[in-house]
Design a protein around this ligand. Structure first.
Ligand code: NAG
Ligand code: NAG
Length: 192
């Protein structure tokens, strides 16, 4: 199986509009004003994810790009799972790049903010898919942990903001804890 990726962001304007609409619909006084060191959360967009089904082989693909989601789901047989979190597609204040590399022998999509880890993966046969998004390096600006897990039998990295889901996967055979990939936004912050 081969992943075909179109680099660059083709996120449709409607999604930006949805986020901005959410902002207007929320009680603005319920939250502290956004400090000037934070990205403008109205500019955050959904990062979608796909799953490749399989017992022996499984894999997960994340992207805020509708174009890439479309290509990988139709071209490579991945199933659409939904919105994993909200991210920036240009470098917002205080954010850092989330790099994406992928291995095609045993399909694995790896997302990391560490250039060192990315480079090590590239030395080990992974291909470079560039910067997929911009996220916070620490828990600032109302962000939430983007937990990272690894499934050794399936050579699969999985990322989630859902702590309950994380814990239930960790209680399942085959999964291990790889900490936190970075800090992302959830719908409530996007709408704040
Ligand atoms: C954040 O972005 C929204 C939507 O583009 C805009 O209306 C608002 O003025 C921005 N806020 C700041 C503080 O730049
Ligand atoms: C979090 O994960 C749990 C367990 O998978 C699930 O039941 C719950 O609906 C999820 N919560 C959200 C907000 O998606």
């Amino acid at each position: 199986m081969k992943l075909s990726l179109t680099l660059g962001f083709t996120t449709i304007p409607l999604l930006l509009a949805l986020c901005a609409f959410g902002a207007a619909a929320q009680d603005m006084t319920a939250r502290a004003p956004t400090p000037l060191t934070c990205g403008n959360s109205s500019a955050a967009v959904p990062m979608y994810y796909l799953a490749y089904p399989g017992a022996a082989v499984n894999d997960y693909f994340y992207s805020p790009s509708i174009g890439d989601i479309d290509i990988v789901s139709r071209g490579d047989g991945y199933n659409f799972r939904g919105v994993a979190c909200y991210v920036f597609t240009t470098q917002a204040l205080s954010t850092i790049p989330l790099f994406h590399v992928f291995g095609s022998t045993m399909p694995d999509n790896l997302y990391t903010t560490s250039a060192g880890e990315r480079d090590l993966a590239l030395e080990n046969g992974y291909s470079d898919a560039g910067t997929v998004a911009y996220i916070y390096p620490s828990q600032i600006c109302g962000s939430v942990p983007f937990y990272r897990l690894y499934n050794a039998p399936g050579t699969a990295h999985y990322y989630t903001i859902n702590g309950t889901e994380r814990n239930s996967l960790l209680a399942t055979s085959g999964w291990s804890d790889e900490g936190i990939a970075g800090y992302v936004l959830d719908w409530s912050l996007c709408s704040a």
